[in-house]
Design a protein around this ligand. Sequence first.
Ligand code: FES
Length: 183
Amino acid sequence: MAEQAVEAKAKPAKDKDKDEATDTLWSRRDFFSLAGWAGFVATVGLSSLYFLRLLFPRVLFEPSPLFKAGKPDDYTVGEVSVKWIKDERVWIVREPTGIYAVLAICTHLGCTPNWLKSEGKYKCPCHGSGFTMNGVNFEGPAPRALERLKISLAPDGQILIDKSKKFLYEKGEWDKSEAVLKV
Ligand code: FES
């Protein structure tokens, strides 16, 4: 033991320097090796995140423009149903000639008019535009009639409304077969 201590003490200064140099070199190697691995891991991590991001593209999921509005018999001839105003902003009107869907968006600046049953008209609360029961503008600043929506009968016998397809009175589109459901 004592001999080893003496030996250690007796180690030449040159060897000591060599050991220190080797230690420093290894430290640097360790450092660069560690940094390399860290870079590699970061690159792989970022690439994986990018790949995952591609799997989930940025898409806005909008509500479906289609909705079912019950059976034709749920609607009374000569009446405007306000059943779908809150959820869909649509009136369903049944006349002797058929059923049609009116979009409850004022053609002036987009407010939601109210159906005034006693007066037989839609009245916009914003600037006073008025529309007849079938949707034609007759008072106030609204420049054109309300829009109608595509209406059909689904295989299960329910009325199917498609809000993505609109029919404009001024273009003569209300007469199109998809604008009215003959029942
Ligand atoms: Fe309806 Fe102006 S938004 S009258």
